[in-house]
Write a protein that binds this ligand. Structure first.
Ligand code: HEC
Length: 169
């Protein structure tokens, strides 16, 4: 009788453990399991806010937080880069496929807008393959895709892969 009880409790323990392990597995996928989004502003937002929070990324090298920006982005701002972008900045060969740059434009603490550049190979060869996106403080998409306004101004930096903040080539 005692043995049976022991067996049953061991079984419950093992089953319970695998159920929990499975649940954790499903709700917190590891970094490598999350594919980069396609050229879709909502999916990109989910990726940079939920799956790989940009607030945990590296800052643009040698730029602190809350530095003063030029018009039209205004000041203060903080620029975050994902791993692909971070490495590209040092390699000086332009930004690699999959690079994401997130700029927080901080009017005040409650109204942070995000402007994002996301390199997707083959997406827009005429303008550096950048996918552009702008989000209001609620995460609503204000502009996205091959946004003319963004491209027109950033084209001044065409020789630097459309990047203003620092040399990447
Ligand atoms: C009139 C010029 C202008 C326009 C329009 C513009 N930007 Fe910028 N952008 C800049 C400048 C200048 C910087 C450098 C940081 C600063 O001074 O604000 C910058 C920086 C950035 C950065 C950081 C990477 C980099 O290039 O240095 C991102 C990301 C960005 N802009 C996204 C956007 C998006 C998305 C749009 C369109 C919704 C946009 N920008 C429109 C001028 C512009």
């Amino acid at each position: 009788m005692g043995k049976v009880l022991l067996f049953i409790s061991a079984l419950i323990f093992v089953l319970g453990f695998s159920v929990i392990a499975n649940a954790i597995h499903e709700t917190i996928p590891s970094e490598t399991q999350i594919p980069l989004p396609g050229p879709n502003a909502e999916k990109l937002y989910e990726y940079i806010v939920r799956y790989k929070p940009y607030t945990e990324w590296e800052l643009w090298p040698k730029k602190g937080k809350f530095y003063e920006g030029a018009e039209p982005h205004g000041a203060p701002l903080t620029t975050f880069v994902n791993d692909a972008a971070f490495h590209s900045i040092f390699e000086k060969k332009g930004m690699a496929d999959g690079s994401i740059i997130v700029k927080e434009n901080i009017a005040d603490k409650k109204s942070v807008t995000l402007t994002v550049m996301y390199k997707i190979k083959g997406y827009n060869p005429d303008a550096g393959d950048w996918f552009w996106a702008k989000y209001n403080p609620d995460g609503k998409v204000e502009a996205s895709g091959k946004v003319k306004g963004c491209i027109d101004c950033h084209s001044k930096m065409k020789d630097n892969d459309y990047i203003f903040t620092g040399k990447v080539k």
